[in-house]
Design a protein around this ligand. Structure first.
Ligand code: ADP
Ligand code: MG
Length: 139
């Protein structure tokens, strides 16, 4: 059975442009519950650790610079088959390729500043949720 939660981030440009409310609205309209939520500023070592899986990719330093450039909102959201349903809701990594109506199509600026993060597996959802909400033992 697929898991019922996933982890998301509203990234710095989307926060700066005033899209926290509209994005949370889209998430809830799509039938997700919000079970944990906070606004934070990432320190560079935290951003580096969070994106460590991408450290060999050419955009890694730029991505880390971007993710520490301003406050972000981190959240755990719940729905059946959450990882897959949430990735559908946010759309393709590159907003130019994202379907109409998806969060990235509506609110992303570029492939890097693409408005939101969504976990890519149940295993990573649990790791990422625990990274930002370490005091919780279940979501
Ligand atoms: P996703 O967020 O859709 O799972 P990835 O895990 O491949 O995508 O990449 C992580 C993040 O790195 C993306 O959300 C985006 O912010 C950034 N990124 C991905 N590909 C590029 C790229 N070609 N150039 C710049 N930034 C990128
Ligand atoms: Mg990813």
């Amino acid at each position: 059975m697929n898991g019922d939660f996933t982890f998301t981030i509203i990234k710095p440009r989307a926060v700066a442009k005033g899209y926290i409310g509209p994005i949370l609205n889209k998430i809830q309209e799509a039938g997700f519950g919000i079970s944990s939520l906070k606004m934070i500023q990432l320190a560079r070592p935290e951003a580096e650790a969070f994106y460590a899986v991408h450290k060999e990719r050419p955009f890694y330093q730029s991505l880390v610079d971007f993710m520490v450039s301003g406050p972000i909102v981190v959240a755990v959201v719940q729905k059946e088959n959450a990882v897959e349903n949430y990735r559908k809701l946010i759309g393709a990594t590159n907003p130019a390729e994202a379907e109409e109506g998806t969060i990235r199509k509506l609110y992303a600026e570029s492939i890097e500043a693409n408005a939101v993060h969504g976990s890519d597996s149940d295993e990573n959802a649990a790791i990422e949720a625990s990274f930002f909400f370490p005091s919780k033992d279940r979501f």
